[in-house]
Design a protein around this ligand. Structure first.
Ligand SMILES: CCCCCCCCCCCC(=O)SCCNC(=O)CCNC(=O)[C@H](O)C(C)(C)COP(=O)(O)OP(=O)(O)OC[C@H]1O[C@@H](n2cnc3c(N)ncnc32)[C@H](O)[C@@H]1OP(=O)(O)O
Length: 195
């Protein structure tokens, strides 16, 4: 069975956030073993529903702790849309408060707790269908510029993501990014998504 994430199920629809990539393990719809999370921004919070399935099993019938951590990491990454900066996970800590059964919808909600220079503290909670929190996450993300992803990752994939984020202006954004350091200071011109 493959995880099929529902459309946003509650209340008025907050803004859907763009995929990290079509094959992203957290949010990519084209990754058959992925979590296929659909992330939304609701004010200063981001959230996504996740349904763990046989691709993510640990103990029989239960989600693997690593899969839970992956779901948290991906959603914490979406909180960067609130901070309007690119950053990467430096540390991630999970509290597994209760077993996480397969095939149940878990709502993960994340929020930025603090920002100090290049450090962002981001926290998340994951609740089961009855609202009981089954896991929490705390992470430190470190601000980087686009150079980080161009230098260490797949430049074509970065271009495609940037093209979606800039409404088709990836070439211009990358020309600007080429002038900038890999490790910018947030709050400066080079510290945002447009870098
Ligand atoms: C196109 C867009 C796509 C955007 C796409 C976004 C996708 C998100 C997907 C989900 C998230 C992921 O999976 S991200 C993938 C997993 N993570 C990674 O691959 C990151 C790998 N690590 C690295 O590349 C590096 O370690 C960095 C960039 C994180 C840091 O490198 P660095 O800059 O050389 O490191 P360093 O000087 O030691 O640390 C920088 C500052 O942070 C502080 N610092 C370091 N660690 C900690 C810590 N645990 N807690 C507090 N503070 C810390 C240091 O004291 C320092 O402060 P000060 O002295 O400056 O004050």
């Amino acid at each position: 069975m493959t995880a099929q994430q529902p459309d946003y199920p509650r209340g008025s629809a907050p803004a859907r956030l763009p995929l990290h990539s079509p094959r992203c393990m957290g949010c990519g719809p084209d990754n058959p073993a992925g979590l296929r999370m659909r992330a939304f921004r609701d004010g200063d919070e981001v959230n996504a529903d996740v349904v763990f399935d046989e691709h993510h099993v640990g103990a029989p019938g239960l989600a693997h702790g690593g899969a839970v951590a992956a779901a948290c990491d991906d959603l914490l990454g979406f909180a960067l849309f609130v901070a309007e900066t690119a950053a990467v996970t430096r540390s991630l800590s999970i509290e597994y408060l209760a077993p996480v059964p397969l095939h149940e919808t878990h709502r993960i909600t994340a929020r930025i707790q603090a920002q100090d220079a290049r450090r962002l503290n981001i926290a998340a909670t994951g609740a089961g269908p009855d609202g009981t929190v089954r896991f929490t996450a705390e992470a430190v993300f470190i601000v980087v510029s686009l150079q980080h992803f161009l230098r260490h990752g797949d430049p074509d994939g970065v271009w495609r993501l940037l093209d979606r984020l800039t409404d088709g202006n990836a070439d211009e954004a990358l020309r600007t990014a080429a002038e900038l350091p890999e490790h910018p200071q947030p709050g400066t011109e080079e510290g945002g998504w447009s870098s």
